[in-house]
Design a protein around this ligand. Structure first.
Ligand code: IPE
Ligand code: IPE
Ligand code: MG
Length: 239
C-alpha cells in the first residue's frame, strides 16, 4: 500500500455475507460465521498496525434476533469465545474494546465478559475497536429522544439547547468521531439500521467480497479508494 495515502480515522464495517459464503460450500450458515470471526481478527490487527484510531464492526443488529434460535445461540457463543481468546491479542496490540448497543439485554454471561474485557482494555491507547451488539440505529435515536424529552420535562434541558451536539451526546457513540469510511461486504446496497445519524457524511464503499473472504488486501483497496475521494461536505471543489 502507498505510504502517502490519506487514511480515515474511523472505519465502520457492515460485515455481511457469512451465510452465503457457507452456502457456496454446501456448509451450514454457522460455518460462515466461524470463518467471519477470523476476518474480524485479521482486519482488527491490520487497522491497529495502520495506526487507525477507530474501527466499528456491526456484529449483531436489533433485527438479527429474528434468526433461528440455534443461529443466534451460535453467534453468542462465538462472541464469548472471541472474548476469551482475543483479549491477550487486544492487550498486545494496545487495542481498547468498546461496544455500542444494548448489551445488557444480551445473555448475562456474555454481558459480563464484555464488561470485563472493556475494563481490562480501557487504558489501551492504540486502536479503539467498537463492537455494535444488539445495535439498531432507530432504537439508539429513540432512546436519545426519550432522554432529551425527560430532560426537558425535568427542566434540565431547554428546548433551545437541543442541537446536533446534544443529540450526538445522547447516542451510544457519544464521544466517538463519526466514521470517515463505511464499508459493506457482500454487495448489498443498504444500511440495515446502522449508524444512521453518524454516517451523514461518511464515504461509502461496497464490495462484492463476502466477509469471510475479506482480508488485508481488500481493506487496502478500500483505503486506496477512500484516499482518492474528494470530501466536499456540501461545499465546492478545493482549488
Ligand atoms: C453477516 O452475515 C453476519 C451477521 C449478520 C451476524 P450474514 O449471516 O448476514 O450472511 P448472509 O447475508 O446471510 O450471507
Ligand atoms: C446487517 O446484516 C447486520 C450485521 C452485519 C450485523 P444483515 O444480513 O442482518 O442485513 P440485511 O438483513 O441483509 O439487511
Ligand atoms: Mg446478511
Amino acid at each position: 500500500m502507498d505510504k502517502n495515502l490519506k487514511l480515515p480515522a474511523h472505519i465502520a464495517i457492515i460485515m455481511d455475507g457469512n451465510g452465503r459464503w457457507a452456502k457456496k460450500r454446501n456448509m451450514p450458515r454457522v460455518f460462515g460465521h466461524k470463518q467471519g470471526a477470523k476476518s474480524v481478527r485479521s482486519i482488527t490487527t491490520a487497522c491497529a498496525e495502520l495506526g487507525l484510531k477507530y474501527l466499528t464492526l456491526y456484529a449483531f443488529s436489533t433485527e438479527n434476533w429474528k434468526r433461528p434460535k440455534q443461529e443466534v445461540g451460535f453467534l453468542m457463543d462465538l462472541l464469548s469465545d472471541f472474548l476469551d481468546k482475543e483479549t491477550k491479542t487486544l492487550m498486545k496490540n494496545n487495542v481498547r474494546l468498546m461496544t455500542i448497543g444494548e448489551i445488557d439485554k444480551m445473555d448475562p454471561k456474555v454481558h459480563k465478559k464484555l464488561i470485563s474485557v472493556k475494563k481490562q482494555t480501557s487504558k489501551n491507547t492504540g486502536l479503539t475497536l467498537i463492537l455494535a451488539l444488539n445495535y439498531g440505529s432507530k432504537r439508539e435515536l429513540t432512546l436519545a429522544m426519550r432522554a432529551i424529552a425527560a430532560g426537558v420535562l425535568g427542566k434540565k434541558i431547554k428546548v433551545s439547547d437541543i442541537d446536533e451536539e446534544l443529540i450526538s451526546k445522547g447516542l451510544f457513540t457519544a464521544g466517538i468521531p463519526d466514521p470517515d469510511l463505511l464499508i459493506r461486504t457482500s454487495g448489498e446496497m443498504r444500511i440495515s439500521n446502522f449508524l444512521l445519524w453518524q454516517i451523514a457524511y461518511s464515504e461509502i464503499y461496497v464490495t462484492d467480497v463476502l466477509w469471510p473472504d475479506f482480508g488485508k488486501n481488500d481493506l487496502f483497496r478500500a483505503l486506496e479508494e477512500f484516499s482518492a475521494r474528494e470530501r466536499r461536505y456540501g461545499g465546492i471543489q478545493a482549488k
